[in-house]
Design a protein around this ligand. Sequence first.
Ligand SMILES: Nc1ncnc2c1ncn2[C@@H]1O[C@H](COP(=O)(O)OP(=O)(O)OP(=O)(O)O)[C@@H](O)[C@H]1O
Ligand SMILES: [Mg+2]
Length: 307
Amino acid sequence: MHAIEAQSLTKTYPGGAEAVRGVDFAVSPGEVFGLLGPNGAGKSTTVGMLTTTIIPTGGRALVGGYDVVEQPLLARGVSSVVFQEPVVDRSLTGRDALELHARLWGVGSKQRRGELTQALGLAELIDRPVSSYSGGERRRLEIARALVSEPAVLFLDEPTVGLDPRIRHELLDVIAGVRSRQELTILVTTHYLDEAQRLCDRVAIVHQGIIVALDSPRALLARLGEEILEFRVDGDPRAALAALRLKGLASGDAFAVGARVTVPLHDHGAGDVLAGLETRVSEISTRVPTLDDVYLQLTGTELAEAA
Ligand SMILES: Nc1ncnc2c1ncn2[C@@H]1O[C@H](COP(=O)(O)OP(=O)(O)OP(=O)(O)O)[C@@H](O)[C@H]1O
Ligand SMILES: [Mg+2]
């Protein structure tokens, strides 16, 4: 059985915004699955449907085998969510926030809360009011709170947004640590490529409500070969691409964004490709492909730069 399953899952908001236009994916128990996409791609809407706060307008979704529309309480019972916006009451101490959550839902032991406090590096802060926490500390508390109920499935909606790079990396380690200690399925949304690459077993690249690619980060990268050539064209980049394709020096996976042309080299040398150009080029470089290239190639839109 899959931990999460979405079948033609669709959401059109009243007013007509087609936020999610039929997505299909299945996440195995224990897998970390990423939804990667720019602002407005439909990531939070998808998480909202899977956590029963947003009602789908089409298709269906199962969490822990429970239909999110037909059996919302059961679906919610096996999962937890950390929303994009913080929800913990800032006037409480961390300890009170965890206890309140446990009592409200009738879940989790004191021992469990103690373990989570340790595991998420909150021991020093747990008796301070949440209002005194830094952004990263608050995120860690929110994750601890979500784990109090020992969920089988954890949804993290942009867990590291707004955090500085060091704290971001620390938090990624914490999430990876949580995952390695217990059988936990995680669905994480992000627009940071490095994050998806570090954390996720598989990544779905979402663009305008549709999944445009779904694979392991490694397999997504492998599509573009080991090296890519990049340069800036003085004239029409599309004409330059067409010329290279005609000569067999570039294939369908070469792409242009603005005046910048990216050519996965595969079996060609960079010199051969440059020699085949009929226009003047500048800013020539070669490098290894990143998920950003995969994304650009699929959508022609640039993802947010990782901080
Ligand atoms: N309540 C709503 N009513 C109408 N449209 C909405 C509503 N919520 C979201 N949308 C629209 O649906 C689309 C997808 O939004 P969503 O929040 O799912 O994107 P996202 O991928 O989470 O983006 P971000 O990275 O900015 O968080 C956007 O175009 C957004 O404007
Ligand atoms: Mg969002």
